[in-house]
Design a protein around this ligand. Sequence first.
Ligand SMILES: Nc1nc2c(ncn2[C@@H]2O[C@H](COP(=O)(O)OP(=O)(O)OP(=O)(O)O)[C@@H](O)[C@H]2O)c(=O)[nH]1
Length: 393
Amino acid sequence: MVLNELGRGITSALASMANAMVIDEAALDECLKEICKALLQSDVNVKLVAAMRSNVKKRVNVEELAAGLNKRKIIEKAVFDEICAMLDGGGDGDEKKAAAKDGASGSYGVRKGKPHVVMFVGLQGSGKTTTCTKYAYWHKKKGWKPALVCADTFRAGAFDQLKQNATKAQIPFYGSYEETDPAVIAQQGVELFRREGRDLIIVDTSGRHKQEAALFEEMRQVAEAVKPDLAVFVMDGSIGQAAFDQAKAFKESVEVGAVIVTKLDGHAKGGGALSAVAATKSPVIFYGTGRGHQEVFMLLEAYKHYAKYATQALKAANIPKNLKGGKGGDAPLNARHMQQTMQRMAGALPPQLLRQMGGPSGLAQLMKSMEQMGGGGMMPGGGGGGGGGKGRK
Ligand SMILES: Nc1nc2c(ncn2[C@@H]2O[C@H](COP(=O)(O)OP(=O)(O)OP(=O)(O)O)[C@@H](O)[C@H]2O)c(=O)[nH]1
């Protein structure tokens, strides 16, 4: 996946700076140049890249840093924070958008104990219908009672597609072959499933493009009819630079609170996602990596992506490269050491990112999942990083 290449590019830029004889303005500039190159190659908007560079430069004045301070650590932390800010959209502190407290019980913006309506919006063919079912299925596995409503009256066959997906995933659905007003169908479906006690009602809408004013008006009417707790902007990972304008147009019409990037199993560079994050000020919550409803390791994929940056946090928190214990460094970590490591790592992560990961317990769970996946990419020095970290000062 191209995101891995981005992760590698960033890690290797930081590693070469760390290996420089002297960390001065020139070394910082060289490191930032490499990071910017990696971001641009991944299709991240040039303005965002420039802003990231200038923010890091504003935060770190290498020449003025007092002697004795660990310049490498300060620079890594600044880069890490700025990249995280690109990912999580900054948020607006709105309670309803607060991340789920327990990463295992719900995804971003939905919490157990209260019914939710989640509306999916996006361009034609971005993967809304497919992702609706994946999203429903993912939550069903976590004990939710999801239901799907097809408010796409524009594309012939949309209802049949949703019906087919929902049937395979064994999730109740609602739609109509006769009714032509999507707002009416959406309202009827939401009311029906509310009566049935469903706690996650997902409304799929037609694909539309920002030039289509009438379709945008229709989307506003659907939102007005169902008053979603969360509107999710679904974007094709290969959309690239166009993501910013499109996402912005959606955000101006409905209160988009989260982004899902699809088709990252293909050749998509994925960097456009960061533009959508910037335009909607909302975080990426899932990644779609396939057509089937069971390809629902999306949150884990997102976590994996965060993990790249969490790796930087581990370094910034000065946690040893090798998390294994014992004299030879080969024994498994004991529980106490692991807990201490988690605490230090949690302390080094920006609070918002930590919240998205489900707090310290979500972070611990993530570490465990990464271990189970056998990648070791989460662990510093455990693969995935460039350079191996020798000769570091
Ligand atoms: N490879 C891959 N294909 C995907 C993914 N998500 C969706 N697709 C495919 O993309 C195509 C469009 O997906 P849909 O879910 O129909 O998209 P949509 O946004 O609902 O489409 P409209 O309602 O026409 O706007 C379908 O062929 C899906 O199988 C993904 O993550 N990976």
